[in-house]
Design a binder for this molecule. Sequence first.
Ligand code: FAD
Length: 438
Amino acid sequence: MTYTARSIIWIIVYLLFILLPLFALLLGSLPPARDFWTEFSAAVGYSALAIMGLQFGLTARFRFVTEPWGEDVIYHFHRQISLFAVALALVHPAIMLVVQPHLLALPQYGEVPLGAVSAFLSVIALVVLVVTALWRARLKISYELWHYSHIALALVAVAGALVHMVGWSFYLTDSLKWALWVGLTIFWIALLFYIRIVKPLFLLRRPYRVTEIRKERGETVTLVMQPDGHDGFRFKPGQFGWLTVWGNPFKITAHPFSFSSSAQTADGTVAMSIRNLGDFTSGISNVPVGKRIYLDGPYGAFTIGDPADMHVLIAGGVGITPMMSMIRTLADVGDKRPVMLLYGSKDWDSITFREELEDLKVRLDLTIVHVLSDPSADWAGERGFISADLLARHLTRPYADHEYFICGPGPMMDAVEKALADLGVPMSKYHSERYSFV
Ligand SMILES: Cc1cc2nc3c(=O)[nH]c(=O)nc-3n(C[C@H](O)[C@H](O)[C@H](O)COP(=O)(O)OP(=O)(O)OC[C@H]3O[C@@H](n4cnc5c(N)ncnc54)[C@H](O)[C@@H]3O)c2cc1C
């Protein structure tokens, strides 16, 4: 089945999960009718809960679900739809308090209904969750602490909303509807259980060993890993995996990295090339050979396409890693499609894989254009950044006939995507891999 057909099916399944439980409330025996705004507010509240609950599914890393889009698109959707759900969750009590102002009257101490306390807790958890997700870096919260608290807050928000819903019990008097909504909540929490307990257990039984640590140009280290006691997995060039080096897969310390090795290996060996950019990546060069590590993958939809098209690979800095896997794989299978690599680096010395790329030209129809942002005075090649002019200078017309792959720093990717649009390349002809899920 094509990616388009699969994505349509998953969109329909997603909408059914959100809308069916809502419309199911209108079946069977109904409570006495209330005014329009009260009913509207209840519908908004139920929708908010249905959308929030399904977030556990969006982030459960189900490969068969995320594949048609790629993990980064799913995470961006998770972010946007969460903001929408939180807005709905705030609108629900706001409408209620306007149409039923008596709810604001403070009851006697000890008489506050559980449904109200849990609703309050749920809303507070949601607000903290949004603030910490949007401004994590500004609040100086470490990624790991944020991730743990994100899960805890999401659980409090959903559990609080469930207790509120059952406690108020206006629509859930019918046992079937009660079972549907409580069952749904159990399903959402089971998704979290799967990703945090079942999946790590599976990974624990399928460890890898580090067989080589290789220093590369451009502050990059290649980690070569072999499956330990199992066959490993097969990946498509351009895909990525989650790497756990220190500790076990139960810890929330896995980091995403593209595979840089050829996808054509007989023994499941994989390599990741990691640039020193922060806490975790700076420790990679100290990993001892023989160390047991864990790999969860493969993920992502950023992978080579139609062999009839010329492939234009546009990489900036460490964004070369998925391209390297594509080039190595094409060389290993003897693919003859024309490939052009436009590769932005700081200077000549920091070009990761420079020598190997030159060697690979012999085995492939490969053209390489290096673009240096800070070259020495005698550099005769392209300088600055990859732009529409530079693309037009090196690519043959019609530009829309080629297939483009873009990976690099955010600003570079924005500029290249805009440049391709300016050259009349339709979105269906380019693929982007962003190295940030935020
Ligand atoms: C799909 C994908 C593929 C990638 N492929 C490569 C690659 O091939 N080579 C390469 O060098 N880099 C790659 N990256 C980037 C790499 O994942 C980050 O540079 C690395 O996780 C930063 O960790 P740090 O602790 O060293 O840096 P820090 O400075 O501590 O973190 C920098 C930022 O990275 C993000 N981050 C930190 N920890 C995690 C985590 N556990 N999970 C997700 N994000 C986190 C946070 O937004 C954080 O603010 C890829 C990223 C993605 C999303």
